[in-house]
Design a binder for this molecule. Structure first.
Ligand code: NIG
Ligand code: FE
Length: 440
């Protein structure tokens, strides 16, 4: 198929990035959120912590009193007792799309189900129309404030899926916007190709033909343009069958691209076990996940991504099998699933709250879910999701007395101080450079 060569991705960075001040120096006087900080030496309980940032990376983490001599002369940022977490990771979003779907919200309030709305021509396909009708710049302009809302709350890495284009040029447009957002905002973006999200109207009744197009034309072309970090499928009775899902996974495997899956959201399709066989990074939604699915995910090291925003918006009552996942030791991530249909959510802290309240996660589980395990769900476990030496400096200082407050407040956005990609991008705490030795 003849293609117009895409324009270069270069884009000015009006939203931050390199324009923000460097966060290099010693960050003293903070309290770690349990389990989310890897210190270089043991820390006696209650001892204030410090982290050294050099050239945008964390060089050392440990108790302030044991700061190695070589770092003693660096200037110091005094966090004045704030609680620290790693930068948050939103590991499942459909952030780039045209329009919005408040009308469907009203339809569901009047009694229609998600499936009924989708079968009546609404749902994903209505966002496809609006996305196809939008230019790349329009999609960028619409997604930018949504991304900013997530960043303001400490998100330092985010996944953005395609899946509202459902044709090569429109999927490309979405993925290019995702890459541009990462560059313009100075945030780690992982792109996921979700060409198999819904059957586009022009392929009605020709599901196999569309699956072939996804596998043999769209995915190889987009991968060749370096637009695809992972491949996802919506495996569901209103979307793609298990056999079609496997064909897409095989195409991804041929290209060496990792897979993930929208699995068992509305019914148990056996998708999680299939995804695990392909070494999936994550299975997401999983309200109807079976015991076999859990065992397969455990064996494959696949992360369970919980999406309480979609569960809440759809007024779902079928809970994901949290206790069984916990018992099996499957890591559980928590994400917004931001999308215009089932989860118009723009707060990771609200998702942490809902994961606790609706799904009965403990607070430490929810906080690991929006950081460490979310990073693993994106294959970013070596660079994101923990405050640890050797990683890029991505962390958040919160104006709270204890970490549990991060999951406790409902709809409150605390004024935090954010270091993202080694730069001070927000300073709600007013952290200033402390001149006194040891920040005493
Ligand atoms: O993650 N489940 C499928 N995909 C999205 C919904 C997309 C939409 O309705 O626009 C989800 O919930
Ligand atoms: Fe989703």
């Amino acid at each position: 198929m003849a293609q117009t060569p895409p324009a270069p991705l270069a884009h000015p960075a009006p939203h931050g990035g390199a324009a923000r001040p460097s966060a290099d120096g010693v960050w003293i006087n903070w309290v770690p959120a349990a389990g989310l900080v890897v210190q270089d030496v043991p820390v006696p309980a209650g001892e204030p912590m410090c982290a050294v940032v050099q050239d945008g990376r964390i060089a050392w983490v440990g108790p302030q009193l044991q700061l190695p001599l070589s770092f003693q002369t660096l200037h110091r940022w005094d966090a004045r007792g704030a609680v620290a977490t790693p930068g948050l990771v939103d590991c499942h979003t459909h952030l780039v799309y045209g329009g919005q779907r408040a009308n469907e919200f009203a339809m569901r309030l009047a009694g229609a189900t998600y499936e009924e709305v989708a079968r009546a021509g609404g749902g994903i396909v209505s966002s496809v129309k609006a996305t196809r009708a939008s230019t790349e710049d329009e999609l960028f302009a619409q997604a930018a404030p949504r991304l900013q809302a997530l960043l303001d709350e400490g998100v330092c890495a985010i996944e953005i899926k395609s899946g509202y284009g459902l044709a090569l040029e429109h999927e490309r447009k979405q993925l290019r916007v995702a890459r541009r957002l990462g560059e313009a905002f100075g945030v780690t973006v992982r792109t996921t190709f979700l060409g198999a999200h819904a059957l586009p109207p022009e392929y009605a009744g020709r599901s196999q033909d569309y699956t072939d197009l996804v596998c043999h034309e769209m995915l190889p072309a987009l991968a060749a343009e370096s637009l695809v970090d992972a491949v996802d499928v919506f495996c569901e009775r209103i979307a793609f069958t298990l056999a079609e899902t496997e064909q897409v996974f095989q195409a991804a495997q041929r290209l060496g691209i990792p897979v993930k899956l929208h699995a068992e959201q509305l019914s148990d399709m056996g998708g999680a076990a299939l995804a695990a066989r392909y070494g999936a990074l994550s299975c997401d939604h999983i309200e109807h996940l079976s015991a076999d699915g859990i065992a397969a995910m455990k064996a494959a090291g696949t992360v369970a991504v919980l999406l309480p925003g979609a569960y809440y918006t759809l007024r779902d009552t079928h809970l994901p099998p949290i206790a069984q996942l916990r018992e099996a030791g499957v890591p559980m991530a928590v994400s917004t699933d931001h999308n215009p249909g089932t989860s118009p959510a723009l707060s990771m802290l609200l998702m942490a709250n809902m994961a606790c309240t609706l799904f009965r996660l403990t607070v430490p589980e929810a906080l690991a879910g929006i950081t460490t395990h979310a990073a693993r769900a994106l294959g970013l476990q070596d660079t994101h999701g923990l405050i640890a030496a050797g990683r890029p400096a991505n962390f958040v200082l919160w104006p709270v007395a204890e970490a549990a407050e991060l999951a406790y407040w409902l709809g409150h956005k605390p004024a935090c101080t954010i270091v993202r990609q080694g730069r001070l991008v927000a300073n709600g705490l007013g952290v200033a450079i402390a001149r006194e030795p040891h920040g005493a």
